[in-house]
Design a protein around this ligand. Structure first.
Ligand SMILES: [Zn+2]
Length: 368
């Protein structure tokens, strides 16, 4: 049985803690204690030291019978998240006072995992071997998950509770992502006395940009120019222009092809103007695509149906810890724990959603 009061109180306790990225210690210490009380072995890794934060990823394990299953959520919260004042409306809606986020992203996921497991253990029902990763620094480019040694995880399948949308939502595919950084070099000169001697780095960059398509390139692929910076003055031909772009594609080879195209266009354009360009391509995260017929999906659909939820399998255009875990032959899907309008002060969840998803966790750990 799900204890709605305990679940709501645990949500409020955790969401009231200050845990911005890099400062997850209070949430992690609370979670480690809960998991130990439930009989899990719990370890904290080196990610805090490696990332300059005050806390590492938690990895917890409990033996059981059947196919091992992993659950994951993250312990950090986006800003503004300090001094959250949480309230529960009579209809069960949970929100913050209005000047911070709520932090249901990702406290909802954490408390649902805990309460789902608690309910099964209380009944003494047999359950699958369970592993849990509570990652740090998810909100900052998945840096915590990138530090985690996933080779120690036994489960080959699992659920990451960390996406907005209605209950029943499951992300089964997400893109490969790159950052593309270009520093265009021209030549400085006085803009009025001797413009002929100058090579305008901003004009080179703009020309290259205009030769490329941006936005949604096809059904799988997007590309965005997000940062452009010119150092200079109106009376000087600028010698340097700095740009940062990103590329994402659900089809990994299309992301690669787009990066190659960008390199070629920037290099050719710079050469045409007599300038040059330094390029840096940073691999952000890998794509994944889980077969809808895989048991990890089938078990989720069955659990949804048992709870009267409509399972909706979707593709995401964003990254999550699952992009990191799936690189290791893991079959993970990202499911919605009931968080809405995330990363803003109107973020909310509800007691009903928390309770339903805790039940879903209970069904998943007892599924055969
Ligand atoms: Zn999240």
């Amino acid at each position: 049985m799900i204890d709605r009061k305990r679940l709501t109180e645990e949500f409020i306790t955790l969401a009231s803690m200050d845990a911005p990225t890099g400062f997850e210690r209070p949430v992690a210490d609370y979670c480690a204690q809960v998991l130990r009380n439930l009989g899990f072995s719990v370890e904290e890794d080196h990610a805090g030291r490696a990332l300059g934060g005050n806390c590492g990823n938690l990895y917890a394990k409990l033996s059981g019978v059947g196919t091992p299953v992993l659950f994951s959520a993250h312990t950090d919260t986006v800003i503004p998240c300090l001094g959250k004042r949480i309230s529960v409306d009579p209809d069960g809606t949970i929100h913050a006072a209005g000047d911070t986020v709520l932090g249901a992203d990702d406290v909802a996921g954490i408390v649902e995992i805990f309460e789902g497991i608690r309910s099964v253990l209380k009944n003494g029902k047999p359950h699958r071997p369970i592993e849990i990763i509570l990652s740090v620094s998810e909100e900052k480019k998945l840096r915590g998950a990138k530090e985690f040694d996933f080779s120690r995880v036994e489960a080959k399948e699992g659920y990451i509770l960390d996406v907005d949308g209605p209950l029943g939502t499951a992300v089964i595919a997400a893109p490969r992502s790159y950052r593309f950084i270009a520093t265009v070099h021209g030549r400085a000169a006085h803009a009025a006395l001797s413009p002929e001697l100058g090579i305008n780095a901003a004009v080179i960059a703009s020309t290259a940009i205009s030769r490329l398509a941006w936005g949604r390139l096809d059904a799988d692929t997007t590309s965005n120019l997000g940062i452009m910076h010119v150092d200079g003055a109106t009376n000087i031909v600028p010698a340097k222009c700095y740009l940062e772009c990103e590329v994402r594609s659900l089809a990994p080879e299309k992301a690669d092809a787009r990066i190659e195209e960008m390199k070629t266009v920037f290099e050719k354009t710079a050469a045409e103007f007599g300038g040059s360009v330094d390029l840096e391509v940073i691999f952000s995260y890998e794509a994944y695509q889980i077969d809808p017929a895989h048991p990890v999906v089938k078990r989720f659909e069955a659990a949804c149906e048992a709870l009267g939820l409509q399972p909706v399998l979707t593709r995401s255009c964003g990254g999550s810890d699952n992009n990191i875990y799936c690189r290791q032959g893991f079959n993970g899907i990202v499911i919605a724990p009931g968080m809405h309008e995330i990363h803003g002060i109107n973020e909310h969840t509800s007691v009903d959603e928390l309770a339903t998803m805790a039940q879903l966790v209970a069904l998943l750990i007892t599924a055969s």
